[in-house]
Design a protein around this ligand. Structure first.
Ligand SMILES: *Cc1c(COP(=O)(O)O)cnc(C)c1O
Length: 382
């Protein structure tokens, strides 16, 4: 099956008893057994497996070209399961421009369990080679990064660690599998905040892991089962429903995204636009090679460099909603320094380039004319 067919049919079957075309929401914690230990359809207790969650997990594996999919109660719960796979003393190398909550999970929770995290810029893979030690067990990257839209060459990183006992995990939340499939490029684990593009409707918090091998999938399923960060059946249904329109939504997000980026780039008040589909992006060539399209995430700064200008613009947007999160059908606007990335210390933010005048847009699937005129009016209020 090709991708647009997979988002609808991948790993799915009609419910065998009634023929229900959609998987039912199986609101049950447990499953009846006729004699002890004999399961009717492999299901025993819903923390271990639930048919609605299973349908979603099979869809996830299908669309990311992986062996196993796992659905968690949030993106961070999914990451947490990967970290529990490691042992005290192990080292993790992570890209330095990281989702704020991922940074918080690494540094404020797992450092105390004696995992060591080294943050480096992944724009040149030799910088990763410099910090690999014999204790390095995991490389964690995002591409495009949040919020500066830096790209990482997934295949180059996978090639660098080929043959070594190091796992490569890619947070594919910003791109979605419509745009790039990390396992095809050599990653071992793909992670999603399914809250974002996979769910697509800003109505659910969910996370996902997809593994290249069944062996790794089984090990992570054991952690999911043993520590319990599962996604419930209702939420599993919502994400599954979202995935069915992923291709259509990503096409429109990308069409609107590039136009909003171009509009911002020519605007006299704008200093810099961060969007991989613009020829001014330093990794424009990599974007063309690695990404099918460029998605809906666009960040920018002001010529004035003033935080007040960013705040004023954000207060005056009407079609864009000022809110955290991204990836839903509706356009959202965010001020990373005070919102999504507030958990990163101010000096560290400054070092990374997450300045106080930086605005991040999640461009939705509304009519482009309405989005541009909304921005136009908000700019004129400054
Ligand atoms: C939102 C997000 C997360 C965290 O996911 P939750 O579902 O909020 O727990 C991780 N990575 C990225 C890139 C995100 O945008």
């Amino acid at each position: 099956m090709k991708f647009n067919t997979k988002v609808i049919h991948g790993g799915q079957q009609h419910e065998p008893h009634t023929g229900s075309v959609n998987v039912p929401v199986f609101l049950t914690s447990t499953f009846a057994q006729r004699t002890p230990g004999e399961l009717k359809a492999g299901y025993e207790y819903s923390r271990a497996a639930n048919p609605t969650r299973q349908a979603l997990e099979d869809a996830l594996a299908s669309i990311e070209n992986g062996a196993t999919g796992l659905a968690f109660g949030s993106g961070l719960a999914a990451m947490d399961a990967v970290l529990k796979f490691l042992n005290p003393g192990d080292e993790v190398i992570a890209v330095d421009d990281l989702y704020g909550g991922s940074y918080r999970l690494f540094t404020r929770l797992y450092e105390k369990y004696d995992l060591k995290f080294t943050f480096v810029s992944f724009d040149d893979v030799s910088k990763i080679a410099d910090v690999i030690t014999d204790k390095t067990k995991l490389i964690w990257l995002e591409t495009p990064t949040n919020p500066l839209m830096k790209l990482v060459d997934i295949k180059a990183v996978a090639d660098l660690i080929k043959g070594k006992d190091i796992l490569l995990a890619v947070d594919n939340t910003f791109a979605s599998p419509y745009i790039q499939r990390p396992i095809d490029l050599g990653a071992d684990i793909v992670m999603h905040s399914a809250t974002k593009y996979l769910g697509g409707h800003s109505d659910v918090i969910a996370g996902a892991l997809i593994t290249k091998t069944k062996e790794l999938g089984d090990a992570l399923h054991f952690i999911q089962f043993a520590s319990g960060g599962i996604l419930g059946p209702h939420d599993s249904y919502l994400v599954l429903r979202g995935i069915k329109t992923l291709s259509l939504r990503m096409q429109r997000h990308s069409e609107n995204g590039i136009e909003v980026a171009k509009y911002l780039e020519q605007h006299p008040s704008v200093e810099k636009v961060f969007y991989p589909g613009l020829p001014s992006h330093p990794q424009y060539e990599l974007a063309k090679k690695q990404m099918k399209e460029n998605g809906g995430m666009v960040s920018f700064t002001f010529k004035s460099g003033k935080k007040e200008d960013a705040v004023k613009l954000l207060e005056n947007l009407k079609v864009f909603t000022l809110a955290e999160s991204l990836g839903g059908v509706e356009s959202l606007a965010n001020h990373p320094a005070t919102m999504t990335h507030a958990s990163i210390p101010a000096e560290k933010r400054a070092e990374l380039g997450i300045t106080d005048d930086l605005v991040r847009l999640s461009v939705g699937i509304e009519d482009l004319e309405d989005l541009i005129s909304d921005l136009e009016k908000a700019f004129s209020s400054i």
